[in-house]
Design a binder for this molecule. Structure first.
Ligand SMILES: Cc1cc2nc3c(=O)[nH]c(=O)nc-3n(C[C@H](O)[C@H](O)[C@H](O)COP(=O)(O)O)c2cc1C
Length: 251
């Protein structure tokens, strides 16, 4: 079974290389308007898309985090969880309590989740009008300079970079295979054997996928995580500290 919406979703691929063709403000309004219609925890809409138009800063950031798309996409946004709008009309006393309540880890998680759903809507809307996009978690590696540049107040914390533009069709990535349905869809109880089998099957497919693409060292999905996360502790503690400084993930 399919339809045009599902077709579009099934063709999704992350775009990291863009042409110079501009993306208009009208297109951005449509894309972000679609993002806003995503479901959001308690209708909080606790996020902001903040565009960075300073090309010199984008170039600097792209270089610092080794992500050229920050520089070469037509438009680049930082998406931030943003509780400030919920607190604006409240009294000082209420705001103090709200700081604590919204800084709760679960509240923060729901807001991050809602921001993610908004970004996915934006991504799909962009694809539906011939654009491509990439979410850039790596942008957060320079979160201090982003924070200073965007003058972010407390309770506003970047969660992702979002670059979009017209895909460079000479560098179109292939569709990336996913785990089989069995790898993500379970019934009644958690199914460890089902998950294990699905991972083994996916690893076989991904070995072939990488080999066909001429990877110097063909590696499967699990190997990749073993190398990336299984050998040494990742130095992400500064991001945890940053989140706490902004008032989030506090309790
Ligand atoms: C939360 C999140 C963070 C991501 N961060 C990056 C990133 O820093 N750099 C990058 O090149 N791609 C990034 N991506 C894109 C993923 O690598 C990509 O979606 C994944 O490899 C699957 O490929 P596909 O989207 O082409 O199917 C991110 C995606 C998400 C959802």
């Amino acid at each position: 079974m399919t339809n045009p919406t599902i077709d579009l979703m099934m063709k999704h691929r992350t775009i990291r290389s863009f042409t110079d063709q501009p993306v208009t403000d009208e297109q951005i309004a449509t894309i972000i308007g679609a993002a806003q219609m995503a479901s959001t925890s308690m209708n909080q809409q606790a996020y902001s898309f903040i565009e960075i138009t300073d090309q010199a800063f984008r170039d600097e950031l792209a270089q610092a985090v080794k992500k050229p798309s920050i520089s070469n996409a037509a438009r680049f946004f930082i998406v931030a969880v943003d509780f400030t709008k919920l607190m604006l009309p409240q009294s000082d006393a209420q705001q103090a309590v709200m700081h604590s309540n919204f800084g709760n880890t679960q509240m923060t998680e729901w807001a991050v989740f809602s921001a993610g759903m908004a970004v996915q809507n934006a991504h799909l809307a962009a694809e539906s009008i011939g654009l491509g996009a990439v979410e850039l978690g790596a942008a957060l590696m320079s979160v201090d300079s982003i924070d200073a540049k965007l003058q972010l107040p407390a309770m506003v914390k970047p969660v992702i970079g979002f670059a979009l533009g017209y895909p460079d069709t000479e560098h179109m990535p292939d569709l990336k295979p996913r785990l089989s349905l069995d790898g993500v869809l379970m019934t009644d109880t958690y199914q460890p054997t089902q998950a294990e089998n699905a991972v083994a099957e996916y690893n076989d497919r991904m070995t072939k996928y990488y080999a066909e693409r001429g990877e110097a060292v063909p590696r499967n999905w699990s190997d990749w995580f073993g190398v990336a996360f299984g050998s040494e502790e990742k130095p992400l503690v500064h991001l945890t500290n940053y989140s706490k400084q902004k008032g989030l993930y506090k309790n």
